[in-house]
Design a protein around this ligand. Structure first.
Ligand code: URA
Ligand code: SF4
Length: 190
């Protein structure tokens, strides 16, 4: 099992896929490494690539608000992406790029061991829950995999493009809060 320091070292020097050629910074993750909730987005955008930190642009500001609306801050969650380097023009990461990068996310998951994993958008849900995942139809449902509750909701960028999706996203957020509280109650009873 590798350490956070080793993971950071490998990621920062990674050239396993062509995204390495155009990135400014590798974007590993942010938040609490002992969090019970891990959120996974798609990949860095312009601002994330420039700063080396996930979700700092417009989508990130909305994500902060979404989390705050259910009483969660960065002290209670950890946030990462499917790919750690920015795809040019923010295109979808290609299958080979996602596969090349997946080992790093797997390591992060194993180091954090979250109780809840939230996929933000289709790309994360298809990579982590089901390759045929349909976000409009399957968002908000729970999928149990190896002791971790997994779910998906709309990506904040999708909510910025189509505000009519916000009502459903709010339902998903409330479910996530509920599950989080349930799991904490169980822990306290043990
Ligand atoms: N969108 C993502 O999927 N990830 C980020 O880090 C920023 C925007
Ligand atoms: Fe390496 Fe992932 Fe960046 Fe590709 S996206 S170069 S696999 S860190």
């Amino acid at each position: 099992m590798i350490t956070w320091d080793e993971l950071e070292k490998y990621c920062s020097a990674c050239t396993k896929c062509p995204l390495a050629e155009t990135r400014h910074n590798v974007v590993i993750g942010k938040g609490n490494r002992n969090a019970d909730i891990m959120l996974v987005g798609e990949g860095p955008g312009y601002h994330e690539d420039m700063e080396g930190v996930p979700f700092v642009g417009a989508a990130g500001q909305l994500l902060d608000k979404m989390l705050a609306s259910i009483g969660l801050g960065l002290d209670e969650v950890y946030i990462a992406n499917i790919v750690k380097c920015r795809p040019p023009q923010n295109r979808d990461p290609l299958p080979e790029e996602r596969e090349a990068c997946m080992d790093y996310l797997r390591c992060q998951y194993l180091l954090i061991r979250p109780k809840i994993l939230v996929c933000l958008g289709r790309i994360a849900a298809q990579a982590l829950i089901d390759p045929d995942f349909r976000i409009t139809r399957q968002r908000g449902q729970w999928f149990g995999k190896k002791g971790c509750y997994m779910t998906a909701t709309y990506h904040p960028s999708a909510l910025l493009r189509d505000t009519s999706k916000k009502r459903e996203a709010w339902e998903d957020l409330k479910e996530i809060r509920k599950k989080y509280d349930e799991l904490r109650d169980n822990t306290n009873e043990q």
